[in-house]
Design a protein around this ligand. Structure first.
Ligand code: PDD
Length: 286
């Protein structure tokens, strides 16, 4: 039987129950993380947990666990479910209390839930690249918070899917922010650009890993906003996320980018990224 976490307990999924007035359910009043598991090992778990605490703090939820406890719980869940290549989804809501827009009192405790799943690396798409479309960024002004409120992201992703695209790349008044569930980048003349980590984007953990890898390998990287025109004329486009890794975008709004194949620099970043998680796996197995 597959196991899940509710608060500090690991239990069978069929035993898990959430109150109908949980604020996550009624208001999207909570935060979440998706963490990659490679060969049974959490990849960048520390960074994800840091962001989990930071998101919770920004919406004034106290995480009722120490970081080490959360780490142990997630690792136990991975072991119990024998996850090999997959992910952990974890979320924390403000808790259950009679519906009221005002925050409940201190006697309402936040509710933690988590589950795992097997997810294969999207090798075919990583190899050949994917199509994307451009869409208006209609989200709120605190996209730096990984909150449960994802309706605008869902609408954009659904529109992309209906157009046969993998991702919607969002813009505000012609300035590209990020993807509906990823960070977005262009390569122009050997230089990589992505939107700076402001309130308008989620500072992706994959994005942070990539910036470090570029620094270590002397690859020119600029946290600078770029326009839709820059995007359309880019030599290469790619998006990154926990599950997509470094995903080449080879078609935008039906038009080929470059020669319609993953770009050279994108390929190089893919290689560096694989080396990075392979080395984490190896360090863990020693
Ligand atoms: N999404 N921007 C948005 C809006 C996202 O939802 C995500 C990730 C990212 C990339 O962040 P990271 O590299 O930390 O995964 C950027 C996750 C995977 C999701 O909601 O499923």
């Amino acid at each position: 039987m597959v196991k899940v976490i509710v608060n500090d307990k690991i239990m069978d999924r069929s035993e898990a129950a959430i109150d109908i007035e949980d604020r996550g359910y009624q208001f999207g009043d909570g935060v979440y993380e998706v963490i990659r598991v490679y060969d049974g090992v959490l990849f960048t778990g520390d960074e994800h947990l840091e962001r989990f605490y930071s998101s919770a703090e920004k919406i004034k939820i106290n995480v009722p666990f120490q970081k080490e406890e959360l780490f142990d719980l997630m690792n136990q869940l991975i072991q119990e479910n024998k996850v090999k290549d997959g992910s952990v989804y974890m979320q924390l809501t403000r808790g259950a209390s009679p519906r009221n827009h005002v925050f409940p009192g201190k006697d309402t405790t936040p509710v933690l839930t988590a589950y795992t799943k097997e997810v294969a690396r999207p090798v075919e798409s990583l190899e050949n690249g994917v199509a994307a479309m451009v869409a208006d960024d209609i989200r709120w002004l605190r996209c730096d918070i990984k909150s449960l409120n994802l309706l605008p992201n869902l609408l954009a992703k659904q529109a992309a899917t209906e157009q046969g695209c993998y991702e919607a790349i969002l813009h505000r008044d012609g300035l590209v922010t990020e993807g509906s569930s990823s960070n977005a980048y262009i390569v122009v003349d050997g230089k990589i650009k992505t939107h700076p980590a402001t309130n308008l984007i989620l500072n992706g953990i994959t994005r942070q890993v990539l910036i470090r890898l570029c620094e270590q390998n002397n690859i020119p990287f600029f946290e600078e906003a770029f326009t839709l025109e820059d995007l359309r004329n880019a030599d290469e486009i790619f998006v990154t996320s926990t599950t997509s890794e470094v995903m080449p975008v080879v078609k935008l709004d039906g038009k080929e980018i470059g020669n319609g194949k993953p770009g050279e620099l994108t390929r190089k970043l893919q290689v560096l990224f694989v080396e990075e998680f392979e080395s984490v796996k190896k360090a863990h197995s020693m």
